[in-house]
Every structure is written in structure tokens, then in C-alpha cells.
Design a binder for this molecule. Structure first.
Ligand code: ZN
Length: 231
């Protein structure tokens, strides 16, 4: 019995990772973090995404276990970024977008491992990606590999960190959703998942809801166009 814990925000990437895990493992639980993100609407989409998966994919529903939400608002106390404050999204002097919360994924993975330890899950699945525009250093493959070693040493266990999106772009992420769950999963991702940094859910595009102009929307829209052109 292989158990997995998926870091699940309710966005496109983590929903695709959830489908990936449901396809591979016997029992899958989900974990979200509330860190005072200004696109909190993303968190509110977690429930509808999980509900739709349960309704539309009965063979996955049997494996889908408990959903966990951890309060990490303390991150807001040590970060001053466009993800947690009402400031414009731009490139900062250090070459990183000001949406970067320093070390956020280090914190996320550590809490995920602590929860997985308690829940008896050996596999941690996260949607981090090096191909992403952002270049967040805590999303890099080397960071994840180093974390896997550190967590296994520190907890004397044998976690495996899975990063199915690490080397693929957004177009390939759409295609992966299709490969895993067909048109029904693509439609679910379009309709229910949230990506927009500004939390916009009034305007519906072919690729889903969002402002259409923030970096997250631009990336999702561009990936959709390429995916549809190749489909
Ligand atoms: Zn947007």
C-alpha cells in the first residue's frame, strides 16, 4: 500500500499533480497552506476541485483520502512580497519577481514531510517546476533533491519527493492533464482551478478564469494556446 501526500493549492499545476498521484498510488491525501496569499481565492477552489474529482473520476475517488489545510500565516511576518501585499507585480533588483516569498517551498516541504510522517505516507508530490518563468530558487530540482536528503536524515525515514512537472512547460502540463484524465480532467482544470495572482474569477477565458494579464495568467494562457494548437 503506497501512500502519497500531494501539496495541493487548487491551482492548475497541483491539480495535475493530484491526478498524477491518484493514477500511481493506492491512497492519496492532499495538503494546502494558508500563508495569507492575496490570491486566497485559489484556496477556496480546493474544495470544488476535490469535489469534482470525486464526482467525475470514481476510480480515483476510492483512493482520495483526507484533505489537510495548515495555517502558515507566519510567512507573512517574514516576507514583504507582491503575493502577500497589495503592491504591483514586478521584477525586483535581485532579478527575482517580487512575488517571491523567500524559502517558501522549504517551509512547505518540511511541514508536508512532518504531516506525511504522521499519516504514514512515503511519497510527497509537488508541482514545482524549473521551466517556469519565475526562476524561484526553492523550486529547483537541486533544492528538492537536497531537501529529500535533509528530510530523510532529519526524520530518519525514506521519503520520495516526486516533481512530475519539474522539466515541462505549461503546454505540456495541459497535455499531461489530458493524458491522465482526458477531456474531462482538462475541462475540470479550466473550470475549477485557479492560477491568477490577482484573484480574479469574474472573467472566463478559454483557459479558465483570471485577469489575463498578470504573469500567472499570461503563462497559463500561453501554455493553453500552444497545447490547443498541438492537440
Ligand atoms: Zn491574473
Amino acid at each position: 500500500m503506497e501512500k502519497a501526500l500531494v501539496l495541493f493549492s487548487g491551482g492548475q499545476d497541483s491539480t495535475t499533480c493530484l491526478a498524477y498521484a491518484l493514477e500511481r498510488f493506492d491512497h492519496v491525501e492532499t495538503l494546502g497552506f494558508d500563508y495569507g496569499q492575496r490570491h486566497a481565492v485559489e484556496l477556496t477552489q480546493r474544495g470544488p476541485v476535490l469535489q469534482s474529482i470525486r464526482q467525475q473520476f470514481p476510480h480515483w475517488a476510492k483512493k482520495l483520502g483526507e484533505d489537510h489545510l495548515l495555517d502558515l500565516k507566519v510567512l507573512g511576518q517574514v516576507s514583504d512580497t507582491a503575493l502577500t501585499r497589495e503592491v504591483g507585480i514586478a521584477m525586483a533588483d535581485n532579478g527575482l519577481p517580487n512575488t517571491f516569498v523567500p524559502g517558501r517551498n522549504l517551509v512547505f516541504m518540511t511541514f508536508a514531510a512532518a504531516l506525511a510522517f504522521r499519516r504514514g505516507a512515503r511519497h510527497l508530490v509537488t508541482g514545482v517546476c524549473e521551466t517556469d518563468f519565475s526562476g524561484y530558487p526553492d523550486c529547483r530540482d537541486d533544492t528538492m533533491k537536497a531537501l529529500q536528503v535533509a528530510l530523510n536524515l532529519g526524520m530518519e525515514t525514506r521519503f520520495v519527493i516526486h516533481t512530475p512537472l519539474m522539466w515541462i512547460d505549461k503546454a505540456a502540463t495541459w497535455k499531461m492533464a489530458h493524458d491522465l484524465g482526458g477531456d474531462a480532467l482538462v475541462e475540470l482544470v479550466v473550470e475549477e482551478t485557479h492560477t491568477c495572482y490577482l484573484g480574479e474569477r469574474q472573467v472566463r477565458h478559454a483557459w479558465g478564469y483570471g485577469c489575463g494579464t498578470c504573469p500567472a495568467c499570461a503563462l497559463r494562457a500561453k501554455g493553453w494556446e500552444i497545447y490547443r494548437a498541438e492537440a
